[in-house]
Design a protein. Structure first.
Length: 419
């Protein structure tokens, strides 16, 4: 859920039973440096609940075989589990059809697939690809590669000091040469939630298709892709309580149907001769080779897990934590919150005067608090804000107010160490 500008709140009721949620995550019982683990780096990767770990283990123990290998019962069971996950993920993201869900290695893989298969063949010298100033490198570099190969140009919509997209400037950059728009739904570095519905409408008014980088949206916000009218959406299971090595590319059926495969191999063909091959229908066309079968099963369990908690309850809980954390950090001398968008999700970036973010991260680690420090794979955004790096706390369903208190106490210690 997007949130309004934070103020110190009263303790609100939450529909989420956080202690029950925490009990689902075995790793949270593991001490770090002899301290209780306070994991505040879920934007980089979330921890995994027993339900996901068990789903993968049970799959390997009872149903594992290669898929689409037909005649024997075990392969049929594995195939069914794999296909069933696609149905669940499609429902979770609001796809019209399960075959609009392509299993990939993750967000990066999905964006590169669209860049190579959909965008690059459509680019001529002087054509434009429009992104924004707050993109992750995964939503910058694939477009630079496509532009370099074709003579196209990358255009960048500006963001304000507060870390909000300048929507008028974005709209003004959509012109007759714009061939594609690619934007983060939620910024990983600042937590800004972009007004993607309006952005898609603006792009479509100019006849331009839109890809949403959904890496930080899929775990935290209700996402309805058919309702939004997004043309493509990419996300990663590992940020959604699921396994590493698997993600999803959603594409509208008509677009995916018209796109050539980028990898050739087993499973993606209809017929092969030495003269010519023809392609399997969606989604197999884009899933060459043996896929991450157990990963897909784990991802299916992960979306079931989030839906079991209730997506609105999770979003409300994270909203409350972000509001509380923003207020706690505002009380600490020398701490500046970076990114003050009116709509934010689950990410709190900050700096401390005179102390490098890596030093903040190292001292916090010594007291069991995990945060990310660095440019967050968003170097152009850091440059825009006149920074080299920030420290970043990010929240998930298993975090609590006492995690935020541990962060604030840890920052007092950082101050004392460097005083
Ligand atoms: N896009 C966004 C918005 C992201 O946050 C990330 C990963 C990616 C793309 C790439 O995802 P991947 O799964 O393909 O690697 N973001 C982060 C982060 O914020 N810290 O570590 C990884």
């Amino acid at each position: 859920m997007a949130i309004a500008a934070p103020a110190r709140p009263a303790v609100p009721p939450t529909a989420l039973d956080v202690e029950a949620v925490r009990a689902d995550f075995p790793i949270l019982g593991t001490p770090v440096h002899g301290r209780r683990l306070v994991y505040l780096d879920s934007a980089a990767s979330s921890q995994k609940p027993r339900q996901v770990i068990d789903a993968e283990r049970t799959f390997y123990e009872t149903s594992y075989a290669n898929i689409h290998r037909g005649v024997y019962e075990l392969s049929a069971r594995a195939t069914e589990a794999y296909d069933e996950s696609r149905v669940r993920v499609g429902r979770y993201l609001g796809a019209r059809h399960p075959h609009e869900i392509i299993f990939t290695r993750g967000t990066t893989d999905g964006i590169n697939l669209v860049a190579q298969s959909f965008v690059r063949p459509r680019l001529r010298p002087g054509d434009e690809i429009l992104i924004t100033a707050l993109e992750h490198h995964s939503n910058i570099v694939p477009w630079q590669l496509a532009a370099a190969a074709t003579g196209a140009v990358l255009r960048v919509a500006p963001v304000s000091e507060r870390g909000e997209l300048e929507l008028d400037a974005f709209e003004a950059l959509i012109g007759p040469k714009t061939r594609f728009v690619a934007v983060a739904h939620v910024s990983n570095a600042l937590g800004t939630v972009n007004p993607v519905a309006a952005m898609i409408e603006m792009a479509h008014a100019g006849g331009v298709p839109v890809l949403l980088d959904g890496a930080q949206a899929a775990p935290h916000l209700p996402v309805d892709l058919a309702g939004l009218g997004a043309d493509f959406f990419a996300c990663s299971a590992h940020k959604m309580y699921g396994p590493t090595g698997i993600g999803v590319l959603y594409g509208r059926e008509e677009l995916l149907d018209a796109m050539p495969p980028v990898q050739g191999g087993g499973d993606m063909i209809a017929t092969v001769t030495f003269e010519k091959s023809t392609w399997a229908p969606l989604p197999a066309k884009f899933e060459a080779g043996t896929p991450h079968i157990a990963g897909a099963v784990g991802l299916g369990a992960a979306v079931d897990y989030i839906e079991g908690l209730g997506r609105d309850a999770v979003a409300a809980h994270e909203h409350e934590l972000l509001t509380y954390a923003t207020a706690r950090l505002a009380d600490l001398p020398g701490v500046t919150v970076v990114g003050q968008a009116s709509e934010k999700a689950s990410v709190l970036s900050f700096t401390m005067s005179g102390i490098h973010p890596h030093d903040i991260g190292t001292v916090l680690d010594s007291v069991g608090v995990c945060v990310r420090a660095g440019h967050h794979c968003a170097q152009p955004l850091m440059q825009r804000l006149g920074l080299v790096a920030t420290a970043r706390a990010s929240f998930a369903a298993y975090n609590t107010r006492s995690d935020v208190d541990a962060l604030a106490d840890g920052l007092e210690r950082v101050r004392a160490v460097f005083a």
